[in-house]
Write a protein that binds this ligand. Sequence first.
Ligand SMILES: Nc1ncnc2c1ncn2[C@@H]1O[C@H](COP(=O)(O)OP(=O)(O)OP(=O)(O)O)[C@@H](O)[C@H]1O
Length: 261
Amino acid sequence: MSAVTIEHLSKIYPTSNSLLKYLLGKIDNTGFQALTDISFSVKEGEFFGLLGPNGAGKSTLISILAGLSRPTTGTASILGFDVQKDYKQARRSLGVVPQEIVYDPFFTVRETLRNQSGYFGLRHNDDWIDEILSHLGLTEKADVNMRELSGGMKRRVLVAQALVHRPPVIILDEPTAGVDVDLRRNLWDFISHLNQKGHTIILTTHYLEEAQDLCERLAFIKKGQLMEIDGTENILKKYQTDTIEDVFVRIMQEEQAHEYA
Ligand SMILES: Nc1ncnc2c1ncn2[C@@H]1O[C@H](COP(=O)(O)OP(=O)(O)OP(=O)(O)O)[C@@H](O)[C@H]1O
């Protein structure tokens, strides 16, 4: 079974019409097309990279997978669970590390992780919480209030939060943005360890070297369209280069999507 299946997914964000436009009868119904007919799947146990420039549609795709945004057309499923019809099972199968740092300033790190466990109906989860804290270098911060943490530390907590319910599929949306070298290493060691234990990892990052080193397969998205998808080694061969950065630059200059099917 595939870890993630995406079929003919499109997303059009409705244009926000001002009251003035409404009163003048000039309502814009066209909307903004953020994703266009995207189809691909990610195998169980894969380390998969989703690459694209700012505004390409990566976070939109992730928010659809997390059930936070509705696709305009098409379907998506996590381990066979439709992200809308089987929302609960799909969400339980998925851990998402969001790009934006959102947190509740009234809780400590441990309380934040306990709350997140409760959200999934898990109690007595402290052994696993301690293990995650240790892997992410957060043990000493366990009883510190969230608002007292640095930006990089808060990001570590976001990663921990995504893992509390031991999800088989983990999506990381730019987890290393603004994070020091130490944590980057820590984080990749931990994520690679989870991948070796069978977790499926989907990663978006603007650090293309990291994507090249870590991901077995890569998808490139540009302006909401899937431009290329293949094994990292195959892509390097196809483009006759040894860096994914080079491939990225060339794909982003292309007008048309490749025949990847
Ligand atoms: N809620 C929204 N309403 C309208 N347009 C949106 C909304 N969210 C995103 N967009 C637009 O959809 C497009 C895709 O955005 P998205 O955040 O998915 O890109 P991204 O690939 O994740 O970019 P980045 O690398 O900067 O995070 C952008 O043009 C963005 O402005």
